[in-house]
Design a binder for this molecule. Sequence first.
Ligand code: NAD
Length: 479
Amino acid sequence: MTFLDYAPAPESTALLNLQPEYGLFIAGEFSPAGGESFTTISPATEKPIARIAHADAGDVDRAVAAARKAYDKTWSRLSGRDRGKYLFRIARLVQERARELAVAESLDNGKPIKESRDVDIPLVAAWFFYYAGWADKLDHAGLGANPRALGVAAQVIPWNFPLLMLAWKIAPALAAGNTVVLKPAETTPLTALLFAEIVQQADLPAGVVNIVTGAGETGRALVNHPDVNKVAFTGSTAVGREIARSTAGSGKKVTLELGGKAANIVFDDAPIDQAIEGIVNGIFFNQGHVCCAGSRLLVQESIHDDVVARLKVRLETLRVGDPLDKNTDVGAINSAEQLARIRELSDIGEAEGAERWSPACSLPDQGFWFAPTIFTNVSTSHRIAREEIFGPVLSVLSFRTPAEAVAKANNTPYGLSAGIWSDKGSRILAVADKLRAGVIWANTFNRFDPASPFGGYKESGYGREGGRHGLAAYLRGAK
Ligand code: NAD
């Protein structure tokens, strides 16, 4: 089959006004850090973007002190209505600077511009608008009489949705009346630093939002700081476990959003062409760097061969390459470390006997790339069916009955999300009822809305983000 070629349509970086070097954002100002600075690079080209400050324990202490002062002196004394005004202002500034933020996100993270432009940044604005609306209605949210903020929140986020994860953390925290110190991931600090500029533009009282950049030790110093009241973490299960251990008995309220190994279940009565799109969106969206990715495809045996054949045809049309090209469907892998992990697990899949397939596609010489990959003949004991690969790799398994589909879907230490494809509403509801997953999509996948709570069971963590439930995590006594 031949396809028409697309002419390159690169998004311009001319509208970016980046600094060569960024300090820490503490008490409303950028300041130098105690640690040795590091370089953030574009994973698509390996070219440097900017030098980034590395916060040491003393810097974390300064940031927490600034957040405490802002909480005591200003933020906790403002009415919900006034807090809401600041959040609305931030939401509008995000919209005004949307194009610039999308370009910066794709540059630093490697995700396709059409995703940062059409998904990440619009959702960031939506999150701030949504929680702005809650700020003056906390008394009516069913979260107890006169709900009160916790104080200072320590927030640590990963690299897969840098600005969106920041919004998931900061918007509900501020709406509920807390102040925050946030640490972005070391490979994707750029948009958090542009967000710091937005905080300045919005004239937020100094110290309400503080951004400390750095790696694991900075995150550890932050979550273990004695003057922090709340810890919100998104990232790997290993680090989540460490945080659960180190904060146990400290009195800090903790929410953990960790990994996943979601089952995307396709029944023989499903609308197959729609399901193919949903499967592709489920695992190849954001290069599969998605905690709720549909990384295990469970297909009813009678349609297995048909679905796999159609999936392969569809994958041949995916365009892999420059994240800033508006035609790109699959961008760069975020880091050399993540690429090594994807390669290792994929090689293990092959060695364990699964059948590996990728479409013919030429990958750029520079940067970190992995072709979209499908494994068939996968059994539930294979490591690629059990471990989170966090890349564009799909493991296909089959089932005969709904009961077998449920048993296989639940056969994982995780429990974050799942998808069900069927023409019958009754079947969807019956199966959804038996799945141990925090989020279940029916005849769609990877849909996010600020009004909808998100979170997991088992090793996927605890607590919910989004919706009214997301406020409870930042209020005293509320569940
Ligand atoms: P990670 O958990 O190491 O890092 C996430 C964040 O935590 C980063 O900001 C990091 O600097 C910080 N951090 C690291 N060690 C810390 C510590 N001891 N205390 C406090 N903060 C600490 O995740 P990663 O290395 O970026 O990715 C590894 C794996 O995690 C991936 O392969 C994937 O399976 C999983 N992951 C899950 C999500 C998710 O959304 N659930 C996101 C990213 C990665």
